[in-house]
Structures are given as structure tokens and as C-alpha cells.
Design a protein around this ligand. Structure first.
Ligand code: S3P
Length: 195
């Protein structure tokens, strides 16, 4: 997947009517680290004209520290509590106008978060790719992810979480596809009421 925000102009296409359309509900993008949730989210947001929100960025702004620092200073279970509270308040803030939301790789694997999204009936889209590809993308991004260490550990975590991701209404394979094409696929699924 090539990820070039700001590179190619977004394809002009007709999009669902905004909030008045019954399909215009906030979309949640889930999946493992390196799945492209943020880059696809941004592309979707441009195509749909809906604001984009990244749950990890909201957490960092609210905590005034990076995700890496939260893990280092407070540990993973504190991070999960912060993440759940942030997701809950984001959902409470959602008004009539839809948004595109990307959540961190572990969020939808936590039962309380999945229950929140499923209970509210939001379209949840799982962006998938082979684990080696996810690992490679993370390496390329050079973002320090606390839970990405060696490939074996990464694979174990991915396999443990995959059944959770598969509970999403839609799975989109991202391998070999570019960001704009994936975003177009998501829109097509929304149009067809597949999610
Ligand atoms: C995590 C993934 C990260 C971030 C945190 C934990 C995970 O988000 O939320 O490091 O548990 O998989 P990305 O999926 O955007 O890297």
C-alpha cells in the first residue's frame, strides 16, 4: 500500500449526501498496527467531506504526552483505561454530522470498546493485511510503537486479536492497494449498505 497523503489528488466522485442521508453515520476504522487506519481515514475524510479524527491523537492532546510516554510512564493497562474513556467521550460528542474515526490497533480488541461501538450501531471497518506486510509498514513509518518489537511477538499479538477484528461489519484487504483505492472501496460498501 502506498501512503502518500497530499500526493495524488483525491479522485472526484459523488459521495453520500451528508448528515441527511441515512447512511451518513460516523465510520470507525479498526485493525492492527500498520493497517493504514489513519491514512485511509484521511483519504476517506477528504472524499466524503467529513471531519477525520484519530483517537490516539485525541489521547495525546488530552494527556499532553505521547502514546509511547503513556506506555512507559503509566503502563499498558492505564493506557487502555485512558483509551476507553477517550472513545466514550468522542462518541458522546458526536452530533448529527458524521465523522471518520481511526482508533489505535488495540482498541477494538478490548471488549468494552467493541461493545460500545457495536451497541451504538456504528459501521466498523476492519482494514487487514498479512502480518509481515503490517510489520514492514510499521518499520517504514519509523513511529515508535510500544507494542511492536520483533516479528514473532507482533505475529502472536496479531493472531490473538484477529478474531476480534473479524467482528467488524466489513473487512477490507489492503495488501497491494493504494490508500485512495481502499477509501473508494469503503465508500462503495457504504453505498451498497454493506455496513
Ligand atoms: C496499539 C496501537 C497503536 C497505539 C498504541 C497501542 C496496539 O496505534 O494505539 O501504541 O495496541 O496495537 P496504531 O494502530 O495506530 O499504531
Amino acid at each position: 500500500m502506498s501512503d502518500r497523503p497530499g500526493g495524488q489528488p483525491a479522485t472526484i466522485m459523488s459521495v453520500p449526501e451528508s448528515a441527511s442521508d441515512h447512511r451518513a453515520r460516523t465510520i470507525f476504522l479498526v485493525g492492527f498496527m500498520g493497517a493504514g487506519k489513519s491514512s485511509v481515514g484521511l483519504a476517506l475524510s477528504r472524499k466524503l467531506g467529513w471531519p477525520f479524527e484519530d483517537l490516539d491523537q485525541r489521547i495525546e492532546a488530552q494527556e499532553r504526552r505521547s502514546i509511547e510516554q503513556i506506555f512507559q510512564q503509566s503502563g499498558e493497562s492505564a493506557f487502555r483505561q485512558i483509551e476507553h474513556a477517550a472513545l466514550r467521550s468522542l462518541i458522546q460528542e458526536l452530533g448529527a454530522s458524521p465523522r471518520v474515526v481511526a482508533v489505535g490497533g488495540g482498541a477494538f480488541a478490548q471488549v468494552n470498546n467493541a461493545a460500545l461501538l457495536e451497541g451504538a450501531g456504528f459501521p466498523v471497518i476492519f482494514l487487514d493485511a498479512p502480518v509481515e506486510e503490517l510489520f514492514r509498514r510499521c518499520q517504514e513509518q519509523q513511529l515508535n510503537r510500544p507494542l511492536r518489537r520483533d516479528l514473532e511477538e507482533f505475529r502472536r499479538l496479531y493472531e490473538m486479536r484477529r478474531p476480534c477484528y473479524l467482528r467488524a461489519a466489513l473487512r477490507i484487504e489492503t495488501n497491494g492497494k493504494d490508500v485512495e483505492g481502499i477509501a473508494a472501496e469503503v465508500i462503495e460498501s457504504l453505498r451498497n449498505d454493506a455496513v
